[in-house]
Design a binder for this molecule. Structure first.
Ligand code: NAD
Length: 488
């Protein structure tokens, strides 16, 4: 298991010798200690990335792509050990790490490997006698900061487009879950990425993260995490006016109309909130139900939630694992108190499972709470756990009003058999993504990101490649004419 920083193609200890304890969320035991980068290490990593940039950006795009394709193959070849590592570190059920996290990581690197030589510039139809072409040029050294909820997948979402476009990277994983990212660094070295192109600096946010965000030689900072930290990133970026891309929090509305196919909607709503213990920015954390079907829906939804198998993430039968950290468990449990204080009705969960073999872990049962009003804190604030807030509506207008009543705008969903209603509502949802009769689908070709307090910029697809390049406009005087202005 790799536990050092990865700088300039080598694994090294942190300059100041600091380490971070990485804990197993299943029982709180120590998995390993990982080197903790501070400013000195971030500076070394940025310098390495800066040295690597001229050669990497000048390399044929197809050759950069080939390295990303080789990395995707290496991930496939090491799929089982990567899945085990991700589940150990994060608490993701192993069935999800195997079926989703690892294949999606490989698919994302593969998509951008294929994309590397397909991003084209353009020729602009300007005045006769002149040629104007626009190149998509890499930005330079890019800083990337990721959270703990999907560490493996997010390395590919962040690094795939950045590298394909010709940038070099310094990435800071979350201090809570650095292990799978360091394994990816090992695989990158094995498949032949040149030294310095990718540098991984696990460390705390207020030290390593802050330095990366304010670093004068970093040209862009791409951040995924909470909205509060996102604001700090924007402030830190101001010194050199670096570009900023923000993927922040969410409070996804999942609307079930009275004509929905209930079986699919109940199952989909459970997936929307309970997958990865609800630790997903796009989680369907507000369940917005039509009055006419609400009672039947809730009876069946509660029965389904109560039947979810909670257990050791490394057990193949586990459907829900622990939350990723103790601190986060406390935060989620505090929202159960907030709900009760504000008159919310706790219909399921709200406490740890009774199984004594899980007593040391960061477990909480699937929790379903009906809010009094859409303005209650549990209907407005991101809980980021297996905690769904139920709200009821009478008309399509009211459903939309509730859906659009938070400051967030990331994932959203709706369930109906009425095509017109589906498209009309999807168009009016203030959210970067909307799923109709499904939830939480992602694909490396489809742009991912939010509006409002959920951030700006897009990951994946052409949009991500654009976000990692500058448009450079070149003008050519084709006829060689002397400009008329000062002609003598
Ligand atoms: P967080 O904001 O606490 O931390 C995210 C990362 O930022 C970590 O690597 C952390 O070390 C670093 N960081 C913390 N303070 C920093 C600072 N001052 N300067 C620079 N870096 C700093 O978030 P978290 O608790 O790790 O993750 C949960 C949050 O992430 C939730 O709000 C969730 O919605 C959001 N999220 C968003 C998306 C998305 O794509 N929109 C995806 C996943 C998670």
């Amino acid at each position: 298991m790799q536990n050092q920083l990865f700088i300039n193609g080598r694994f090294v200890d942190a300059a100041e010798g600091d380490t971070i304890d990485v804990l197993n969320p299943h029982d709180g035991s120590l998995i390993t200690k990982v080197a903790a980068a501070t400013s000195t290490d971030v500076d070394l990593a940025v310098a390495a990335a800066e040295r690597a940039f001229p050669r990497w950006s000048a390399m044929a795009a197809a050759d950069r792509g080939r390295l990303l394709l080789r990395l995707a193959d290496a991930i496939d070849a090491n799929a089982e050990s990567l899945a085990q590592l991700e589940s150990l570190d994060t608490g993701h059920p192993i069935r999800d790490s195997r079926a989703l996290d690892v294949p999606r990581t490989a698919a994302c690197f593969r998509y951008f490997g294929g994309m590397a030589d397909k991003l084209q510039g353009s020729v602009i139809p300007v005045e006769t006698g002149f040629l104007n072409y626009v190149q998509r040029a890499p930005i330079g050294v890019v800083g990337q900061i990721v959270p703990w909820n999907f560490p493996l997948m997010f390395t590919s979402w962040k690094m795939g487009p950045a590298l394909a476009a010709g940038n070099t990277v310094v990435l800071k994983p979350s201090e809570i879950t650095p292990l799978s990212t360091l394994r990816i660094a090992e695989l990158m070295a094995e498949v032949g990425f040149p030294e310095g192109v990718v540098n991984i600096v696990p460390g705390y946010g207020h030290t390593a993260g802050q330095r990366l965000a304010e670093h004068p030689r970093v040209r862009k900072i791409a951040f995924t995490g909470s909205t509060a930290t996102g604001r700090r990133i924007v402030e830190a970026s101001q010194g050199n006016l670096k570009r900023v891309q923000l993927e922040l929090g969410g409070k996804g509305a999942n609307i079930v109309f009275d004509d929905a196919k209930l079986d699919a909607a109940i199952n989909g709503a459970a997936w929307a909130i309970f997958h990865n213990q609800g630790q997903a920015c796009i989680a369907g954390s507000r369940l917005v139900l039509h009055e006419r079907i609400a009672d039947e829906f809730l009876d069946r939804f509660i029965a389904l939630a109560d039947s979810i198998r909670i257990g050791n993430p490394l057990d193949a039968t586990t459907e829900m694992g622990p939350l990723t950290s103790l601190q986060h468990l406390e935060r989620v449990k505090a929202y159960v108190d907030v709900a009760r204080e504000q008159g919310g009705h706790v219909m399921a969960g709200g406490a740890a499972p009774s199984d004594p073999s899980l007593a040391k872990g960061y477990y909480v049962r699937p929790t379903i709470v009906e809010a009094r009003t859409p303005q209650d804190r549990i209907a407005q604030e991101e809980v980021f756990g297996p905690f769904v807030t139920v709200l009821r509506f009478d008309s399509d207008e009211e459903a939309l009003q509730i859906a659009n009543s938070t400051s967030y705008g990331l994932g959203s969903g709706l369930w109906t058999r009425d095509l017109s209603r589906a498209h009309r509502t999807a168009a009016a949802m203030e959210a970067g993504m909307c799923w109709i009769n499904c939830y939480k689908r992602v694909n490396p070709g489809s742009p991912f990101g939010g509006v409002g307090q959920s951030g700006y910029g897009r990951e994946m697809g052409y949009e991500a490649m654009h976000d990692y390049t500058e448009a450079r406009s070149v003008w050519v005087n084709v006829d060689g004419n002397v400009p008329p202005h000062f002609r003598r």
